[in-house]
Structure formats: structure tokens, C-alpha cells
Design a protein around this ligand. Structure first.
Ligand code: NAP
Length: 204
């Protein structure tokens, strides 16, 4: 029997990187995906340090690019014959309030944090059904409690919560476990990647 296989999104930094190394340490064949594979050095170093490099492979997947999602999931199943778990981890913060931003800004936040989750989950579900596997999505405390200046991000995470809570009982009937994780603040690249101009935000 080949090792159980997990695909994780957004593993170049932060929670995704640590989850990928943790999964490999636990003996999972770990497909660590990222939208730019030239950013894999930190993950490879961490996997080497943990002695799990042989269980971890890096593949390209941009959650906003449906074609890259479909291709990656198909390639994983071709290569390993199974997909037992998916961790929808990729996400991006956004700071702003409605009067400061365009609707396109809000749509972009939804594309990564909500529709990205759906692209990956939709492609993976037939394989998770076959494996009676697990679909895990990293939401946020911001998916439970709204936060000022985080309107679009919280809206996307609330949407994830509603979607997965609704999917869970149906998925359970075909043996797939649906889980949502709601972290509070975690030291990662998250705040840096938001790229907020604090002075401009305070002045506005
Ligand atoms: N840190 C916190 O305090 C916190 C709290 C609650 C929830 N969360 C959630 O935890 C998850 C992980 O965040 P983190 O804290 O680890 O932040 P992070 O260090 O910024 O990691 C986010 C990851 O998502 C990736 N990503 C962004 N857009 C993507 C796309 N279109 N396709 C594929 N990957 C993409 C990033 O890749 P690049 O390197 O290419 O940008 C990066 O690898 C997110 O869903 C976030 O909302 C974080």
C-alpha cells in the first residue's frame, strides 16, 4: 500500500509550510503546493531539517487559477493513485473599509479566500470520496467574528464557514469528513503579505 497522500495549498510560508512538514513527519506523502515554486527554498530547508524531504514534493497550484488546480489534482492522482486529504490553507489578508476600496478589491479577496477554496475542493472531492478522506479548510477567527477594517477578508472567511458547514453533513454520507480550522493570530508572513500602508489607512 502506498502512503496516504495529502495536498496542501499555500505552503511557501507560514501555516502551510509548517503543516506540510508536520504531515510528512506523520508519515503522509505530502504534496506541498504553491503558486510560485521558486519560493520553495524555505520549505525544502525545513523538510531537510526534519528529515522528511523524501516524503514531500512541491507542485505548482494557484488557487485562483482553475486550470492549475485541475491539472495539479489530476497529476497527483496519476502519480500516487490516491488523494486522502486536502488542506485548503492558501489565503491572503486585506485591510480596508468599503469607502477606501473598489468592488474589484473585494472581489480579489473573495477569489483567493473563498472561490480558491471551492476550486480546490471541487477538484478533490471525487478522489476524497474514493478514499473516504478528509477536507480541511483553514478559516479564521475572522470567519466567526467580524473585525473593523477586515470587512472583505471576514466576509470571505464567513462564506467559507457557511459553505463548509453546509457541505459537511452531505459529504459525511459518502465518507468524507469536512473540517474548518479557525486560528487566532499566528506569527507568519500574513501581516507582511497584506502590504498595508498603515499611515495612509490612519489618515483616510
Ligand atoms: N496568520 C494569522 O494570524 C492567521 C489567522 C487566522 C487565519 N489565518 C489563515 O491561515 C492561512 C495561512 O495563512 P498564514 O498565516 O500562513 O499566512 P502566509 O504566511 O501569508 O501564507 C499564506 C500562503 O498562501 C499563499 N497564497 C496566497 N495567494 C495564493 C494563491 N492565489 N494561490 C496559492 N497560494 C496562495 C501564499 O503564497 P505566496 O508566498 O505566493 O504569497 C502563502 O504561501 C490563510 O488562509 C489565513 O487566512 C491566518
Amino acid at each position: 500500500m502506498s502512503a496516504p497522500t495529502v495536498l496542501i495549498t499555500g505552503t511557501s510560508t507560514g501555516i502551510g509550510l509548517e503543516t506540510a512538514v508536520g504531515a510528512a513527519r506523520a508519515g503522509w506523502r505530502t504534496v506541498a503546493t504553491m503558486r510560485d515554486v521558486s519560493r520553495a527554498d524555505a520549505l525544502r530547508r525545513a523538510a531537510d531539517a526534519a528529515g522528511v524531504a523524501d516524503l514531500l514534493e512541491v507542485r505548482r497550484l494557484d488557487v485562483t487559477d482553475q486550470a492549475s488546480v485541475t491539472a495539479c489534482v489530476a497529476d497527483v492522482v496519476d502519480a500516487h493513485g490516491r488523494l486522502d486529504a486536502v488542506v485548503n490553507n492558501a489565503g491572503a489578508g486585506h485591510v480596508g473599509t468599503l469607502e477606501q476600496e473598489t468592488i474589484d478589491d473585494v472581489r480579489a479577496v473573495m477569489e483567493v479566500n473563498f472561490f480558491g477554496v471551492l476550486h480546490v475542493s471541487r477538484a478533490a472531492l471525487p478522489h476524497l470520496r474514493a478514499a473516504r478522506g478528509r477536507l480541511v479548510t483553514v478559516s479564521s477567527v475572522g470567519g466567526v467574528v467580524g473585525q473593523p477594517f477586515n470587512e472583505a477578508y471576514c466576509a470571505a472567511k464567513f462564506a467559507v464557514e457557511g459553505f463548509m458547514e453546509s457541505l459537511a453533513p452531505l459529504a459525511a454520507t459518502v465518507g468524507v469528513t469536512v473540517t474548518v480550522v479557525e486560528p487566532g493570530a499566528v506569527a507568519s508572513e500574513f501581516v507582511t503579505n497584506v502590504g498595508v500602508d498603515r499611515d495612509a489607512a490612519v489618515d483616510a
